[in-house]
Design a protein around this ligand. Sequence first.
Ligand code: FAD
Length: 532
Amino acid sequence: MAHTCIHWFRKGLRLHDNPALMSALRDCKQLYPVFILDPYLHNNTCMSINRWRFLIGALKDLDCSLKNLDSRLFVVRGKPEDVLPKLFTKWKVTKLTYEYDTEPYSLSRDQNVTALAKEHGVEVVYKISHTLYDTDRVIEENNGKAPRTYKRMQAIVKALGPPKRPVPAPTTEDMKDVKTPCAENHEVKYGIPTLQELGLDAAAWTLELFPGGEQEALRRLDQHMKRTGWVCSFEKPQTSPNSLSPSTTVLSPYVTFGCLSARTFWWRLTEVYQGKKHSDPPVSLHGQLLWREFFYTASVGIPNFNKMKGNPACTQVDWDTNPEFLAAWKEARTGFPFIDAIMTQLRQEGWIHHLARHAVACFLTRGDLWVSWEEGQKVFEELLLDGDWALNAGNWQWLSASTFFHQFFRVYSPVAFGKKTDKNGDYIKKYIPLLKRFPAQYIYEPWKAPHSVQQAAGCIVGKDYPRPIVQHEVVSKRNIQRMKLAYAKRSPDSAESPRENKSLSKKQGVKRKIPSVIDMMKKKDRKKLTLV
Ligand code: FAD
């Protein structure tokens, strides 16, 4: 019997590499492509205007692509557990398809929806296509535990082989027997809301640098893949946190919303690498996608991954509750121009470079302000276009030296770090125009400029621009001692798993002594900071 099917778009806002959608089209007579605006996920606390705009753009693009296949997108509002059963009855649905989502909220939502579907006699089919691999399979391959090191992750994916190839987008041929029943008043009942309808303040809108949508994602991917030399020589640590235009791909918002499939990205890179000398993980672009996979797998295998408490991998730290510091950081008024410029870019544009994220995350947590990484995570979730539950939590744990990364004595300087790639402070001048007349000598430390220089620059520190909220040299040293105490109290589980490393070394036939944190401190090497 031919099906009446709902394909439920959540992430995965695309037609290419969408195996669940392809499964919907099998033996299908009626297709309802649905997106649900779920108040739990889509609300103004966890979504900035930029993020809303990206989502609305992605939905419009999806609707447009569906129209080309003689179908339409149906946007409905409410809790999926309330909305879907009503639609099952109304449309006489027999099959529900969706892309598998590993976030805890999504897993419990999907479990509830599956139970409700069963009650309505609706068959449920889901497919894995948000990650390169089935994260459960990766965990299984690692004896039931999420790998805690990138090296281990690499060894596992090597054993698993390359990711599955992406599936092509549906064609008109695939849709020839499929109808999407659309009423005259479709726009009224199921249209995509405008930002105004969502009550978003038009005055706060900034230039749209990264428009949402699959077409835009594929265009940007094509553009990057044409730069074969750049792709082949890409090394993440050599890219710059404060270039005036992005030094990495900025494909992350597209991958996060699923406008771009990670597998498509992976295989396009493989094609570019073919027969050429190229960089390798962890620093290559393949390597970046493996970082994503690493954190996704960790988020599935480690309980309470977005929290410190109840997270067995996470070092328990006595972070301060300091709303003033947190607000100054969030609102770009720490008095450190490099930090404030990054936080301004984040608010205005919704994307900042990975190393810029390093700088502000270290500053908020173990470096300077001693505020919990969970607070930073919330701010990033709201403001980042690419805000992603697993990647945000994983990277914040890394940067705060709570999980994965343990060299807490390596602290980014809010002054020296930015100077390495932008001596003149052009990036600071772009995002904090107030400081643009400061000479390069003082642009990172305007409080050190003599009064006459401040006057000539038209900006008096303490009046027009804040004084630094902390003395970096003092607080960073004190914080290292506080971190040392937290490490001394660590449970064996939050320490990097020595057994995991041992078995890896064994497999590779390499004898390797795992250095203790104390060993590493003694070493005091002058090497560059380890980069995620
Ligand atoms: P590219 O360098 O071009 O990399 C290509 C792709 O690889 C990215 O699009 C992304 O999908 C993936 N990737 C790259 N670096 C990482 C990484 N370290 N971890 C996981 N995936 C990676 N990334 C998010 O997508 N969402 C987040 O919410 C997020 N939060 C972060 C929070 C902190 C504190 C830090 C330090 C990093 C965070 N990242 C997050 C990771 C990383 O900064 C971004 O993925 C990257 O900067 C995106 O830019 P790009 O697309 O130009 O990356």
